[in-house]
Design a protein. Structure first.
Length: 422
């Protein structure tokens, strides 16, 4: 595609056929849909007069975070127009020709050939992840494309000096303000509700883990944004991976914010029964989940649930699943244990650092976990569950968290366990 200069935004939009993204119509399939708590963020108000109201929201949030680790967020302050516009930009971004996308790859073409000493990999690096980057079961490669944005919270870093495809660059201010609003406004409110849950002074989690310190990336809460689109696998490959388009996993983050969409395909693995249940659609809502960082920081009181994306039902197969995600991280030197929190609630309930956990920072966890997702030696397993990986005395995904008699000793006999050498 020829590089063109001096086009105004309308001309750029026309050049890339910017148009509304057509969402799927609801499915008629009878499926068991998990009833997520719907948190109305417009009820969050600051100040002593509204403390009771915040406490009520905190109680509702606690029920979600301590059981399923997922909830829906409504009246969050993001307009339908903003979602629509970002979906349109994402759609055009994924329609760029392959040779154009190759100029903006986040790393290598496959996870197994990625040089992780110099690259964050396609999971976390800025730019495109091509289809086929990840290895799935039985030699099948994934059929997902994504485009990541990094360093959005730091004013000096994300700026326009970085290379972006023309259509992305033209809409970058809106993309950035969307992700910054989630971090600076929505996340801040959620962390205050978590303070109330954990009986900490309001503002504690924000100040100590998530606050953005301009010009100091290391000591700053951060996150990265993503456009993500799922293309259908061919039926043969689909059968080989048991209809999993994205295998079950937990996120390494503190919080993940996904735009809700109507295709029946996101499933959560019930923490207590191991059953997979669909997440229903919350129009104009965000689906939020807890990741490993917050699970560890709360001594596993908050749950980082396993989730996956499966083949949509027949009546939605002609639509694309397109989502916009914000992965929110605590600052890199955060210790992933509950002791620094000193939470009276966690102490009373008996949630503490597990004996086998090594003392690690979020940076250590993020780097190790980030390398594992699409590696063939991790995913070359017979069941849905990947091979167990032990990082710093912690399982990289906790598929057995509800089994009381589960022990690493027994797991070593039954499963292939890959251990990192820390
Ligand atoms: Fe995820």
């Amino acid at each position: 595609m020829a590089t063109t200069e001096n086009l105004n935004i309308d001309e750029i939009d026309k050049k890339y056929n910017l148009r509304p993204f057509v969402e799927a119509t609801p499915s008629d399939t009878a499926a068991e849909v998990i009833q997520l708590n719907s948190l109305d963020l417009s009820l969050f108000q600051e100040g002593p007069d509204f403390l009771d109201q915040r406490k009520k929201l905190a109680t509702q949030l606690e029920e979600s975070l301590s059981t399923v680790g997922f909830f829906a967020l409504v009246n969050h302050g993001i307009s339908q127009d903003t979602f629509d516009q970002l979906r349109s930009v994402a759609q055009s971004t994924f329609e760029l020709p392959d040779q154009e996308k190759k100029k903006y790859l986040s790393g290598a073409l496959t996870s197994d050939t990625e040089d992780r000493s110099v690259s964050l990999g396609a999971e976390r690096g800025a730019g495109f992840k091509p289809k086929g980057y990840w290895s799935m079961k039985n030699g099948v490669k994934d059929s997902i494309e994504l485009y990541n944005f990094r360093d959005l919270q730091q004013r000096e870093v994300y700026d326009s000096s970085k290379p972006y495809p023309e259509i992305v660059k033209a809409h970058l201010p809106n993309v950035v303000s969307y992700f910054r609003f989630i971090h600076g406004n929505i996340l801040k409110k959620l962390t205050i509700l978590c303070d109330i849950i954990l009986e900490l002074p309001e503002g504690y989690l924000w100040e100590n883990y998530f606050k953005v310190v301009d010009g100091d990336s290391y000591n700053s809460g951060s996150g990265f944004g993503r456009f993500m689109i799922y293309h259908a696998l061919n039926p043969e490959d689909e059968a080989k991976v048991d209809n999993n388009w994205l295998r079950g996993h937990s996120d390494g983050t503190a919080f993940t914010f996904i735009t809700s969409q109507p295709i029946l395909s996101l499933q959560i693995r019930d923490y207590y029964t191991g059953d997979w249940k669909y997440v229903g659609h919350t129009p104009n809502g965000l689906i939020v989940n807890i990741g490993d960082a917050l699970e560890f920081i709360t001594g596993a009181y908050f749950k980082s649930s396993i989730h996956r994306v499966v083949t949509p039902p027949d009546d939605q197969k002609n639509f694309k699943r397109l989502v916009i995600i914000y992965f929110c991280d605590p600052k890199l030197p955060s210790i992933l244990d509950p002791e620094p929190l000193n939470s009276p609630k966690l102490k009373r309930l008996g949630y503490r650092k597990h004996d086998e956990w090594e003392r690690i920072t979020f940076q250590q966890w993020d780097e190790e976990k980030g390398r594992l997702f699409g590696r063939s030696d991790v995913n070359d397993a017979k069941s849905d569950e990947p091979n167990l990986v032990l990082l710093y005395g912690r399982l990289h995904e906790r598929w057995h968290q509800a089994e009381h008699n589960f022990s690493l000793e027994e797991a070593r006999k039954k499963y292939k366990v890959i251990e990192n050498k820390s």
